[in-house]
Design a protein around this ligand. Sequence first.
Ligand code: HEM
Length: 479
Amino acid sequence: MIEPGKLAIPEMVDEAWTVTATAAACAVLLVMSTPFLRKVVSRVQEYACGVAADHQHHKHCMPLPPGSLGLPCLGESLTLKSQGQKFWISRQQLYGDIFKTHLFGYPSIVVAGPDAARFVMVEQASSFRQRGLPIIEKLLGSSFFGYQHEKVHANFRKILHGPLLPEALERSIPAVEAIAIDILKHWDGKIVNTLEEARKYVFKVAMEFVVGAAPPDEKEELTRACERLIRGVSSLPVNIPGSNYYKAIKESRRKACALLDKIMSFRSWQDENTGKILSNDGAGDILGLMMMLEDENGCNLQVEEIYDNILTFLYSAYDSSAAALCWTIKALTEHPELLAQVQAEHEMISAKKSYDENIKWYDIKEQMQLTIRVIKETLRIANVVEFSYREALEDVPYKGIVFPKGWRVIIAHAAYHMDPKYFPQPQEFDSSRFRVHPKLFSFTPFGSGPHVCMGRELLHLQLLVFIHHLVLKYRPLHQ
Ligand code: HEM
């Protein structure tokens, strides 16, 4: 998952090739400046990708969608890096709701409209496998349960969802509230870096849900190792000593795995007779569940699988949630009238409570409707997760074009979130637009279908709790 404006370009070039690639890119830029040569290069690029030529001419006679595969090797990754979410919007305007490109080292089909998004995420979900960006799979591991297909994925998901379901979340409100109050306590009389504070908060919350019971020192060290690892994910994949990418691979992942080992041995013991891992505190968090999981032969997961899952889980929970909280606070401070209404909403909830009484699940679900709309509008406009990522497992025909087998598929939520057809004046922050439900599948910040975000209820809970205490305690300086 990716922060706004910080899209990571995965390993397209290894460092030995960097100089050659730069020279080649300059030459190709010159060549690409004439339309005829651009067409020739594009066709060569399609042939280089193999699958496209195969499809267009030999198999189904079904064309690929319009679009450009960009520069050889680099594709359109540099343009995406420089344009951010505008990349999806500008191409959607140029080519329509489905177009081809070449990103993150793979020929890809981008889905930029609600109907096609629904087709890939829901109707034809079994023909597409969820993937992580190459850099994410490399740094955090490729055996994350979300990348498994159909039944295996569904079985894992059913078990791991437990701590994130409403019943469990309701029990955890006091713990989340305590973390929020503690973070805000340190804001008194200070100028703080909101993003840093948001990261501190969401990571502490994520640690409770994902890693659970662990000695505080190990948890603290794990937090730091994960932060460095996550920094590596949004860095350029330049594998030279001193770079964030290098440090993430060589130091942070190893450190994080060693700490997870320590935490697991603190929490478990191995049965001498069966060799099975027994956990002393069971199923209250994701790590506890992972340690207890058994396959059909009664074997526990391999430790590498546990590392990959925990690290990817922490990544999913951390980066996007911190960005969402930060953007929400920014939106509120930029709209003083809205902030005043949000404050009134929370003062009303607080007025009905005795001193020290915790927020209730009912408050979250029923009493914070305006704040929920503010969060929705923030997610729409900030697009903290710009897209979902898939691989086509077979040739998939759709409305006269084909998703070729082996190509990557990018569901660009950001493109339709910013489309005036579904959200008039899309650049304007207007939480009141969510008084009515948006068109089906035009608003999918958490994805949809079998891979829909497992942490969306937790995200709402942690944002609402934090905003509740923030607006009750502080006023922005300009008020
Ligand atoms: C602003 C916050 C968040 C956003 C915008 C977000 C968005 C998403 C999206 C779009 C997907 C679907 C990926 C796909 O279709 O391929 C997803 C999946 C997932 N998210 Fe989130 N997420 C957020 C926070 C969280 C949190 C707090 C957690 C956990 C505590 C979490 C855990 C997951 C997991 C485990 C999956 C994979 C589900 C599966 O493949 O079955 N997310 N998220």
